[in-house]
Design a protein around this ligand. Structure first.
Ligand SMILES: C[S@@+](CC[C@H](N)C(=O)[O-])C[C@H]1O[C@@H](n2cnc3c(N)ncnc32)[C@H](O)[C@@H]1O
Length: 266
């Protein structure tokens, strides 16, 4: 886990917006470590948790093999050779993460979407079953191929589970392969399309629900939550992420403009 002491990075910003039915909704972001952020949330306070953790496993594997981490940050010297700090995905940390997710997720409504790369899915995915009722393994088909030394990667996996409840998804016609084009030339490394989070919320949210993403990155999940008239709370340990989310969320609320995906509209 990141070694910064909480006082050296904790920061919080709150926004409000009017939903389509003219209700006031809140969006809150923190610069914080995932565990201390989750530990600060009340029991049962989240309806839908959607997240894309910065797993360390895949990058460690790449370092050991012939692969290398590429991207703008890799050229900036040893300290910044990684795109961003990672959540050290030992079993111990992942169990702590999952137990906090379980505590904050509402027992009646709670749905959780956890994104995985293929490496982390095999090492950590099975642990999810100890906390949640796993319902689906969804495939995000990025349409265009990416990197890979053997078969080149075109998909990511999203594990969908409920928090011990039987709340269904919004429609019986939704299927488990989502074709949404990957983002090219993103401003934030590993920025995911807002549409991927929209698919999750289309299935699992209702207006006024509280959505949480504790690995915010560029804040794509926050924009999806606003589009679906939900309250939102999230965090990221990186200052770059916190500042970018601030700018992106504010501009979306004020002017309906997504500064990272220009074509996206509310
Ligand atoms: C894969 S990215 C998320 C990308 C995001 N879904 C998006 O669409 O932009 C993972 C994020 O986790 C953050 N992170 C790494 N370790 C963390 C920790 N211990 N606590 C909170 N955030 C952390 C990184 O700074 C990074 O922004």
């Amino acid at each position: 886990m990141n070694s910064l002491s909480p006082s050296s990075y904790a920061a919080e910003l709150n926004f409000e917006y009017k939903s389509k039915d003219k209700k006031l909704r809140t969006v809150a972001i923190q610069r914080n470590d995932v565990i201390s952020f989750l530990q600060g949330l009340p029991d049962n306070s989240i309806d839908v948790l959607v997240t894309d953790p910065a797993y360390s496993g895949m990058n460690n594997k790449l370092k050991l093999g012939k692969g290398r981490i590429v991207g703008k940050y890799s050229e900036k010297g040893a300290d910044q050779a990684k795109w961003f700090s990672e959540f050290e995905d030992t079993e111990e940390n992942y169990n702590l993460f999952l137990s906090e997710c379980k505590r904050v997720l509402n027992k009646e409504t709670g749905h959780i979407y956890l994104m995985f790369d293929s490496f982390s899915l095999l090492t950590l995915g099975a642990l999810v079953r100890e906390y949640f009722d796993v319902k689906n393994l969804l495939v995000w088909d990025k349409v265009n191929i990416g990197m890979g030394h053997y078969f080149r990667r075109r998909h990511e996996l999203i594990l969908f589970a409920t928090n011990g409840n039987t709340r269904k998804v919004s429609s019986r016609s939704l299927h488990d392969i989502w074709d949404v084009k990957r983002i090219h030339n993103s401003k934030y490394p590993t920025q995911k399309p807002v549409e991927v989070f929209e698919r999750m919320l289309e299935a699992s949210s209702m207006p006024g629900f509280t959505v949480c993403d504790p690995f915010l990155g560029s804040g794509s999940a926050a924009l999806a939550a606003i589009k679906y008239d939900c309250n939102f709370i999230g965090c990221d340990i990186s200052e770059q992420s916190f500042n970018l989310c601030n700018e992106r969320i504010q501009e979306f609320i004020d002017n309906n403009i997504d500064i990272l995906e220009k074509s996206s509209k509310k």
